[in-house]
Design a protein around this ligand. Sequence first.
Ligand code: GLN
Length: 445
Amino acid sequence: SYLDEIEKTNGELNAYVNVTGEEALKTAEAVDRKIASGEEIGMLEGVPMTLKDNISTKGIETTCCSKILTGYKPIYNATVWETLAGENAVMLGKTNMDEFAMGSSCETSYFGGAMNPFDSNYVSGGSSGGVASAVGANIAAYGLGSDTGGSIRQPASFCGIVGLKPTYGAVSRYGLIAYASSLDQIGPITKSVEDAAIVFDAISKRDEKDSTSKGFAGDTYSKLNNDIKGMKIGIAKEYLEGVRDDVKEAVLKAADIYKSMGAEIVYFDLPELKFALPVYYIIACAEASSNLGRYDGIRFGYKTEHYNGTHDMVCRTRSEGFGEEVKRRILLGTYVLSAGYYDAYYKKAQNLRGTIVKAFNNAFEKCDVILAPTVPMTAFEKGHAVSDPIETYLTDICTVPVNIAGLPGVSVPCGFNAKGMPIGMQLIGKSFGEAEILNAAYKYQ
Ligand code: GLN
């Protein structure tokens, strides 16, 4: 029935860029037989789901929604997919995203953007817009996205669903096609907090194939519904600056609800937040310019047709294969890493990254979790985000700090604006504090 529904709605939503129906049915039928024979099945067995198109799937095209990776079929599985496939997850297909996960509206995708299930005049958000669109529209029960600066939480917020960005190192990045390696993290996009906990527990584990993988942060599911009486929920005024009134109101109303459940609301200052956006865009672009150096027309995907020697072939392949936003970031990244500007930009950003980490450590001496908006507004209208990239970068203000500090953050729906579009709030936790934020989110939802 999910496949039938995809057939009906994907034309308008553009959530899936590749539907793998045949494989999905094979797995589903195998699980069916297991059930028929009375065998017990696991929590995720037979559940139809999707993967963002930057998560490597063996033998299945994985494009990062870029022309330069068209036709590329990985020869191995990402660890997260290896794990879920091992549990007989039914993958319905690969979902749309901003090209190489660079964007906030899914519209930098080579295949065009994925639309918002609430109203298709609005975008689903980005970069994991396809997963959020699919889960929001019930054409996947859950999905895995990646979050470098908000790409799980922001689309979840725009589509009225739940998105968890885990602690850096809690989930293996092996097989996730890199955007900015020190910030990237895979996590679940789901309908409910309960689902997020189940999926997170399944994928969070130490993986020898990822040197930055730290280990299990899971067992969050069994801790849902713990009492939150006395829990200190922190609000930093800087997170509310420049945030649209309806979003601010919804978040503060959630704080009141927490208070009525016995939590204590603690107000504090986080002035270092103003460094987060420039630090993020310098570090992310720097790492991207290095990571994307590998697309040379020889090893992966697309290769230009007419060329004059190797140098010309690489230049033409990259000029034709990458979209505008990706080129902008490669140029920015190359600039901040260049000999003359390294100290002025990249080094400074790295130092400030340390300052932001310390600021969060201090904040967590005053509270257990931080409550903030996920995005300062609701979903953008179609075309808006790509018309002014700098203005769009600014809307990442509430999501990027968590990636810079490597902390977990979950976005949960907390209301609607006057036009009926969903609003999301974010709960931020200490390192490996997933159980705490998911529990707080569960209590609210
Ligand atoms: N919107 C942010 C960016 O364009 C975040 C993207 C992401 O998390 N992958 O970089």
